[in-house]
Design a protein around this ligand. Structure first.
Ligand code: CMP
Length: 140
């Protein structure tokens, strides 16, 4: 077991429904610690950079439109095996396949409006955290 950090986004479908606290409660109950957090409006350029690996996918434009459609809450989460742990807590990308008790099962509307993002590896977590936070904004 190792202490890791992962990057999280609470997406516009969740902030619109005032679910930031409800999502954070699931995160904290799962043993993860929110060590940085801010509510922002993502610019198109930020969203296109963040989701650059999906640029060729048919849903890329829709994804960027959605992520810039309203406030998001970007976060750094810390804990034992935080990357995998948070992916378990989020549940499957498509809420139809998400397990009971997961954030996406509880709150997501669809595969696109799926309430949260979490990094898929320790390496990507570091890259994603660096896109939105400077070191002194993360307090463990
Ligand atoms: P996320 O973990 O933020 O990473 C990429 C996102 O693309 C994913 O969550 C989904 O919200 C979104 N996505 C994946 N597949 C589709 C799809 N078929 N249609 C729309 N959005 C999608």
């Amino acid at each position: 077991m190792s202490i890791q950090r992962t990057f999280s986004i609470i997406k516009p479908d969740a902030t619109e429904r005032n679910l930031t606290g409800a999502v954070n409660a699931v995160i904290e109950e799962a043993g993860l610690r929110i060590v940085a957090q801010k509510r922002i409006l993502m610019s198109r350029r930020e969203a296109e950079t963040f989701y650059g690996v999906h640029r060729e996918r048919p849903f890329f434009g829709e994804l960027v439109d959605f992520m810039t459609s309203g406030p998001v809450v970007v976060q750094v989460l810390e804990g034992e095996n935080a990357v995998l742990r948070y992916r378990e807590v989020m549940g499957a990308t498509n809420p139809a396949n998400a397990a009971d008790g997961t954030i996406r099962k509880k709150f997501a509307r669809s595969i696109g409006e799926n309430s949260v993002h979490g990094s898929d590896s320790v390496e990507n977590a570091a890259i994603e955290i660096a896109q939105f936070f400077s070191g002194n904004e993360i307090v463990g």
